[in-house]
Design a protein around this ligand. Structure first.
Ligand code: DX5
Ligand code: ZN
Length: 216
């Protein structure tokens, strides 16, 4: 079963509360929230206070993607703000295993994120401890980029690893997903789809979600 996680990065920030409500009232499974620190990635978005401010607008779980250097410094704040899943970049953590443990200690779900240039084997030592692996299919920092095709092979490799170990780890794909390529991404073995511009660049959110789901 595929899960859809619209990325609010592409939405109208001037009415973020309503955006969260409309997204939550649509046929979506998660709301993907991109936190950027202007250091790990060359862009700045929002932090825990903004997430806390919009948390009450829906019951849909918040999937918080931390594009933040040394994210262990902020995990507690994001949990308190209402994150249900926290994903951290393997490239941004000095002691990745301890960050995974820290996130789990708060009772929220944990995922790790791999940039396009990071090989899938990096997850081997702790795959069994994860709820999700997020494969970036663009270089993180901005919405509206083009899907990097080599991600398809990484999805397949990761799906094989998960199957070989009889695990139930979600594979999320983030960046450049469109109605044209989503089927191929799911066929490769992903089951959680992030879509920013494909959902928010077209006006009515529920209609965009419905339209997007026709292509899966
Ligand atoms: C990029 C973010 C993505 C972004 C995806 O760094 O992690 O979540 O919002 O946007 P689209 O779907 O437009 O590529
Ligand atoms: Zn993201």
């Amino acid at each position: 079963m595929m899960k859809l996680a619209p990325s609010i990065l592409a939405s109208d920030f001037s009415r973020l509360g309503e955006v969260i409500k409309e997204t939550g009232d649509s046929d979506v499974d998660l709301i993907h929230i991109d936190v950027m620190d202007g250091h790990f990635v060359p862009n700045i978005t929002f932090g825990p206070d903004v997430i806390k401010a919009v948390r009450s607008y829906t019951d849909i779980p918040f999937d918080v993607h931390l594009m933040v250097e040394e994210p262990d410094r902020y995990i507690k704040q994001f949990v308190e703000a209402g994150a249900d899943i926290i994903t951290v970049h393997v490239e941004a953590c000095k002691h990745l295993h301890s960050v995974i443990q820290l996130i789990k200690s708060y009772g929220v779900k944990v995922g790790v994120v791999l940039n396009p240039a990071t090989p899938v084997d990096v997850v081997d030592p702790f795959l069994a401890e994860l709820d999700m692996v997020l494969l970036m299919s663009v270089n993180p920092g901005f919405g509206g980029q083009t899907f990097i095709k080599s991600t398809l092979e990484k999805i397949k490799q990761l799906r094989r690893k998960i199957a070989n170990q009889c695990l139930e780890v979600d594979i999320e794909v983030d960046g450049g997903v469109t109605t044209e390529n989503v089927k191929e991404i799911l066929n490769a073995g992903a089951n959680v789809i992030v879509a920013g511009s494909a959902i928010y660049n077209k006006g009515n959110i529920s209609e965009s979600v419905r339209e997007f789901k026709k292509h899966i």
